[in-house]
Design a protein around this ligand. Structure first.
Ligand code: TPP
Ligand code: MG
Length: 805
């Protein structure tokens, strides 16, 4: 039997003839059995060593089939590793792709979710064409790409659902036909019962209740989180019970909450139909607690559940296995006979086995070919080599390794090249050429697409210089960014902004002042104090074609959203091999106020957590505006950190405030000098400028460079060019010792070969290791001051020329 599950399943079984109804039910039973067989065989594949790890959807099949019936084109899923049956039943995945992911088959044709990069059970569809442009998401079923941290899917789910609300309520968006049809799309979330203990879950539930968005969250409740029973996870051991306060009231606020047994096929179908109708039509969030699910094979391949489940529990699980119950229901209701069902089960087993074989072959065949090819080359190398015996040994080992992988090939090739390092044969040259080519292929397989690398990369946006009239207005910095945002909202209806205090008062520093009145609450809005879901809102909206600016009020509070930024947003392009994108702009402000939680500058932490995003630190609001304009034309995610003390400083308003762009990865030389290069960014620029005036009086000429774009960093090596002239460098910021200054030093000395031009030891000047103390004195003693900069640079001059300084 062919198992193309891509057919649209009947959303309702209400008006069917018995024969049609029977066919629907039997198809469901077939899919459930195929999924179960995939789980059983998947586990075997891990236990026999063909795959590294397995986590499967057995015991959750029937509920997912019911959910799949109401999942339509344009809808989105944000779920977790148990959802294989749902993915099969909706046609978003299939058994072959399941095995391809299990084996880590590194190409998108075989494994479209992640090209082998995520472990098994991590699902996703491809929203993008090969050139990075959007597909028509309304004509396909969509799954955002899974991540492993439990409940990590929840913040994004809020944004995916909110997008429907924006598309339905902002008529200007109707032209963006690839993303929505009148906001009719539902965002389906799934989560395990134990993972509802996470803060992200509760935060997302509350946010969805406030926002009143079409979010349908299903909890797959099997009573456990690995070995930990519900009594340690959930108050009253019952998540829907404790969420009762969220139940929709007479004023229409809240959730509709449903509870259903995970082995009851008929009740599941009915519940999903009812729940999703409300969700889709009324834009009311719904919560479906699917209880009494089982884990026939335990949690994962990492251990057996017999260790922690009682015999009674295991017996109950065997009896209430959803597929067994579905079978009994079909027999009892005279929908099918024993022999019909036996046949389906047998077919499912055969079908899954055939899929597995085919995929294992597809995984191994290219590697076998590579081994054959390289073995011949190694033999040729051996023929003319003094290390012949050792090389032949390597070839023999490679050929005899059972199911050898690419690592085995490279170990043999690289060792052979090392053994022959003093030889110079044609065979060796050929092998080296082959290796270079092979490295390129493997770079594509395993390392490519940290960004989607499209024409719309931020690095490809042409620079447009700011233009100023002679009588350019001098405005407060806050008015400069406000004018930039005003222009952005006016020119592109997809742009939305949200965050704490962003709506009514236009953010705590007035960057959005007056814009809610002008463009409406639907586009510029206040949110609760919930940084993780502010980021998640941004990710979900961006995945559905909108251009969100998500604001985190202060840099110090970015940590609440950092998990979502790092695990979800920053990894998105890489983990889908450019199959999905979320061009979200995160705006925040930091540096230089007073007190432990208003003056932090944890830039090193950010740089290390957010590879896959751009990180920009404009020194003033004009630079910030230039970056926003660039980013709004580009399709990559970015974090912009504005200077808190810059909002009231006067700046000239460019005539083209909405158009001018600032290139990423290009530092600016703010002051030319000959004696030393001072590398810094953000608020430290002003401190540096103060210090430079005094140093000038001492006869020391400083070249001041504003990095302004930390990721990407100085693409054109402007800083090492400066070192050619000054031969000395100081990296200065207010992060901890060894924080972002060390990153900058590594970039300049190692990547740019800057060490080559140095006459003096390179140095860093940073804040102390502790958080900055409150008050002006606290600040002075915690962070580097102009005095520190002057003295540090003087010391460096003294080291190189003690007689003069
Ligand atoms: C943040 C985080 N903590 C811990 C883990 C390890 N872990 C993976 S699955 C799991 C249990 C999840 O249980 P539940 O949510 O009930 O889902 P189930 O596997 O039972 O379907 C844990 C603790 C993780 N992936 N992420
Ligand atoms: Mg569980």
């Amino acid at each position: 039997m062919s198992s193309n599950n891509k057919e649209q399943l009947a959303p309702s079984t209400g008006h069917l003839s018995f024969e049609d109804f029977k066919q629907v039910v039997l198809t469901d039973y077939r899919i459930a059995n195929e999924s179960r067989q995939a789980s059983l065989l998947g586990r075997k594949e891990v236990l026999t060593g063909k795959a590294k790890f397995g986590i499967f959807g057995d015991g959750k099949e029937v509920a997912q089939i019911a959910m799949a019936k109401v999942f339509r084109d344009g809808d989105f899923r944000s779920g977790y590793y148990r959802d294989q049956t749902f993915m099969f039943a909706t046609g978003m995945s299939n058994v072959k792709e399941f095995f391809a992911q299990l084996y880590a088959l590194p190409n998108v044709e075989a494994e479209p979710c992640s090209a082998g990069r995520s472990m098994n059970g991590h699902f996703g569809t491809r929203s993008l064409n090969d050139d990075g442009t959007w597909k028509n998401l309304t004509a396909m079923k969509n799954s955002s790409a899974d991540i492993s941290p439990t409940a990590g899917q929840m913040p994004r789910l809020v944004g995916l659902a909110q997008a429907s609300k924006l598309y339905r309520n902002n008529a200007e968006l109707s032209v963006f036909e690839n993303f929505s049809i009148n906001g009719n799309e539902v965002a389906f979330g799934t989560i395990g019962n134990a993972s509802t203990s996470e803060g992200h879950f509760f935060e997302a539930i509350n946010a969805a209740g406030v926002l009143q968005i079409p979010m349908a969250i299903s909890v797959w409740d099997d009573g456990y989180g690995i070995s930990v029973h519900a009594k340690y996870q959930t108050t009253k051991e019952n998540i829907s019970e404790i969420l009762k306060g969220f139940q929709r009231d007479d004023h229409g606020n809240g959730f509709e909450i449903f509870r259903v047994k995970g082995w009851d096929y008929a009740a599941l179908c009915e519940t999903y139909e009812k729940a999703i109708k409300i969700c889709r039509e009324e834009h009311v969030p719904v919560f479906i607690h699917v209880q009494e699910l089982t884990q026939p094979q335990g949690h994962s391949t990492s251990g057996s559940h017999e260790r922690y489940k009682s015999k009674e529990r295991l017996d109950w699980e065997a009896e209430f296995d959803c597929i067994k119950q579905m079978r009994e229901w079909m027999l009892k209701s005279a929908i099918a006979t024993e022999s019909e069902l036996d046949a389906i089960e047998q077919e499912a087993k055969k079908y899954v086995r055939a899929c597995q074989k085919e995929v294992w072959e597809a995984f191994n065949q290219p590697i076998k070919q590579e081994i054959a090819e390289v073995s011949v080359m190694l033999e040729q190398l051996a023929a003319s080599s003094a290390a012949s015996a050792e090389i032949i040994n390597l070839v023999t080992n490679l050929r005899s390794t059972v199911d050898a992988i690419r690592k085995d090939i490279l170990v043999a090739v690289r060792k052979s090249l090392r053994l022959t390092r003093h030889e110079n044969s044609d065979a060796r040259r050929n092998l080296q050429i082959w290796l270079n080519q092979y490295n390129n292929e493997n770079y594509d397989r395993y390392n490519s697409y940290l960004f989607t690398d499209t024409e719309s990369s931020a690095l490809n946006i042409p620079e447009i210089k700011a233009q100023y009239s002679e009588d350019a207005k001098m405005l407060d910095g806050r008015e400069i960014v406000q004018a930039c945002f005003d222009a952005a909202f006016a020119s592109d209806p997809r742009v939305v902004a949200f965050g704490e205090d962003v709506g009514k008062i236009g953010d705590v520093n007035q960057g959005f002042a007056g814009l809610q009145e002008k463009y409406g609450e639907i586009r510029i809005s206040d949110t609760g104090i919930r940084e993780a879901t502010i980021i998640g809102q941004g990710i979900g909206l961006a995945m559905r074609g909108l251009r969100p600016i998500a604001e985190i009020q202060y840099l110090d509070y970015l940590l609440y959203g950092l998990q979502t930024l790092s695990d979800d947003l920053a990894s998105l392009s890489y983990r889908t091999k450019a199959g999905q994108k979320a061009p979200l702009i995160v705006r925040t402000r930091g540096h230089r106020l007073e007190g432990i939680w208003h003056s932090g500058s944890p830039i090193g932490m950010i740089l290390h957590a957010l590879r896959g995003m751009h990180v920009l630190v404009p020194r003033n609001m004009t630079q910030a505006a230039g970056f926003y304009n660039t980013l709004l034309k580009a399709d990559e995610p970015a974090l912009v950190i504005e200077c808190l003390n810059g909002y009231r400083l006067k700046e000239a308003l460019p005539d083209n405030i909405g158009e001018f762009t600032l290139p990423l990865g290009r530092p600016e030389i703010l002051r030319e000098g000959n004696d030393i290069t001072l590398v810094t960014y953000g608020s430290c620029i002003r401190i540096a400028e103060e210090a430079i005036l005094e140093l000038e009086q001492m006869g020391i000429s400083v070249e001041l460079i504003d990095v302004q774009s930390l990721l990407p960093f100085d693409i054109h090596h402007i800083i090492s060019d400066s070192l050619k002239k000054t031969n000395k460098v100081l990296f200065f910021d207010e992060d901890v010792p060894g924080g972002a200054t060390s990153y900058m030093m590594q970039q300049v000395l190692e990547v740019q070969n800057g060490y080559y031009y140095l006459d003096a030891a390179p140095r860093t000047l940073t804040a102390k290791a502790h958080r900055p103390a409150y008050g002006t004195d606290g600040d002075y003693f915690s962070k580097p001051s102009a005095d520190d900069v002057v003295e540090c640079i003087y010391e460096m001059m003294n080291e190189t020329n003690p007689s003069k300084y």
